[in-house]
Design a protein around this ligand. Sequence first.
Ligand code: ADP
Length: 250
Amino acid sequence: EPTESVILRCEDVTVEFDGFKAVRGMNLALARGELRFLIGPNGAGKTTLLDVICGKTKPAAGKVLFGASAAIDITRMKEHRIAELGIGRKFQTPSIFASLTVYENAELAMKQKRGVFAAMRARLRPEERDRIAAQLEMIGLADKARLRAGGLSHGEKQWLEIGMMLLQEPEILLLDEPVAGMTDDETARTGELLREIRKTRSVIVVEHDMEFVRTFASKVTVMHEGRLLTEGAMDEVQRDGRVAEVYLGK
Ligand code: ADP
């Protein structure tokens, strides 16, 4: 990638758990506005790499660089600081408040963005309300704003959570298996949502559903045993014998 378009760079990242190397000298460069899929068999180190990028796990070696031309070294920054800088992470389990309405959940996300003191101001400004309305529209939940979030379908809960992340205006979204457990229809709608999101943000998606990945013309990064196995377009990656081998097991 040309340096000026890079928004995130992992350089030689190694993660150890009690001496076991879950990630081994991993490199990755994400361009601004790119949607990247991170694939590989179970235990390849994909989730751990996302954990390193969002600051949840600190690497034993290597660097994570973020921002215009990847100029900010975030390797040792605290997780909340990295989130403030603009890296949003969505985990597999939804973290929405089931007893609150869809709108109230969105309102909380919006207030979180303001910071602690401003968050205590009870009322949202009109432009903040407009922003929430537009966000709920984008995730297809405008009609369900007044419903309890706990009553939403699995897919709708995932979209709400993505919408809540977007209200905090991250530059990069990290998503862990966003279509896991979704119906075919929900999966297709999630695909549309990702296409919409990438118009304004960069996204890394860890994904097991290869059919889903194939519906995008995106670059795919394949990890195996903590390392970069190969990288490229999905059809190229699939023609690579090593990829089939690691998926089938030896
Ligand atoms: P993937 O997301 O590709 O399935 P993970 O990043 O979850 O892989 O895990 C990579 C390897 O690191 C696995 O062998 C896993 O068991 C191990 N691992 C992940 N997290 C921890 C942890 N907190 N402590 C010890 N080992 C871990």
